[in-house]
Design a protein around this ligand. Structure first.
Ligand SMILES: Cc1cc2nc3c(=O)[nH]c(=O)nc-3n(C[C@H](O)[C@H](O)[C@H](O)COP(=O)(O)OP(=O)(O)OC[C@H]3O[C@@H](n4cnc5c(N)ncnc54)[C@H](O)[C@@H]3O)c2cc1C
Length: 278
């Protein structure tokens, strides 16, 4: 398939990109790695008159590891999340989850900013970011503002970001030293989106649990985290299952998805507890 005609823009800085979005309104979209947007354009499910490429904007790239948080530039690729050894040492769940996205070809191009901004419930990074209690920075004509990942997703493909805002970075507070972690994902075949996936962090007397592709947004369950922190795995699984709302689609009927979710959630919790050092 060939997309409808569009005008291609390659601004050199963020302000120029924001100006293009402001000028062209809902006829303009940014493209990052292009591995969600370009297929949608080729299928004619998205028609974009003005494509604003973020690749030349250096300020959107890079990983900063601080003493208590990590900041990812929006244009950081999924490959960079996997290959950065310092990042993997501080936040190994990022590498574990990124390795389960698609295939190397997609991961070389796909960006963390595109993955979380897209609003596709099948994307793996939004649930992970909710589990990690990340904060997104978006910037538009009125300047930058911060939105918690847990408040960002409204429904499938609808988020708290407005059309003329660009997601510039993601800030993640570092979990307690020695924390346990797991990202468990069940998919039909290599390279597929999740039938069900679950991210878990445990440590420092707390736990956090979030699920992917089990509702029209990622789901973070405070109740599941509280039960897991108290050592009640059965209660935590039950609370997580009570929070999801899977729909029937090509990955199966609701009863099957609930079954798979139960397996994946329990595995993630068990593995995170096994990995926790104190
Ligand atoms: C075969 C295949 C399998 C895949 N499997 C998986 C999978 O298992 N799990 C998974 O998570 N993903 C999967 N993906 C999607 C892939 O990870 C995408 O690369 C990712 O979802 C989007 O990142 P991108 O940089 O390519 O964004 P793009 O495709 O460039 O953009 C996606 C959307 O986000 C918007 N956007 C991008 N960057 C920004 C920004 N900085 N600010 C504001 N809006 C922005 C765009 O306007 C667009 O609407 C798969 C893709 C393919 C082609």
């Amino acid at each position: 398939m060939i997309p409808a005609g569009f005008e291609y823009h390659r601004p050199a800085d963020l302000q120029a990109a924001i100006a293009l979005l402001t000028t062209h309104g809902d006829e303009a979209r940014v493209v990052a790695g292009g591995h969600s947007l370009i297929p949608m354009m080729k299928l004619r499910m998205a028609e974009v008159r003005h494509l604003v490429d973020l690749q030349a904007i250096e300020a959107l790239k890079g990983v900063t590891i601080g003493s208590d948080s990590v900041t990812l530039g929006a244009m950081t690729t999924q490959y960079e999340l996997i290959s950065n050894a310092d990042l993997a040492a501080k936040l190994p769940i990022l590498r574990e989850a990124a390795l389960q996205i698609a295939d190397p070809q997609v991961r070389y191009m796909g960006t963390v900013g595109g993955n979380v901004a897209n609003g596709d419930p099948g994307n793996d990074m939004p649930g992970l970011m909710q589990c990690l209690n990340a904060t997104y920075t978006v910037e538009g004509p009125d300047g930058p503002r911060q939105i918690a990942a847990r408040d960002f997703y409204e429904s499938a493909y609808f988020t708290a970001r407005s059309d003329e805002e660009i997601l510039t970075g993601i800030s993640i507070p570092l979990p307690a030293a020695g924390h346990g972690y797991a990202y468990e994902k069940q998919k039909r075949k290599i390279g597929d989106y999740a039938t069900a996936a679950c991210a878990v962090i445990v440590g420092g007397g707390a736990a956090s649990v979030a699920m992917t592709n089990l509702a029209d947004t990622p789901i973070w369950s405070a109740e599941a985290g509280q039960a897991l922190a108290a050592g009640d795995v059965d209660g935590a699984v039950a609370a997580a299952l009570a929070a999801i709302d899977p729909q029937e689609d090509m990955r199966g009927p609701v009863a099957f998805k609930r079954h798979v979710a139960g397996v994946v959630i329990r595995r993630a919790m068990t593995r995170a507890l096994e990995r926790a050092k104190g």
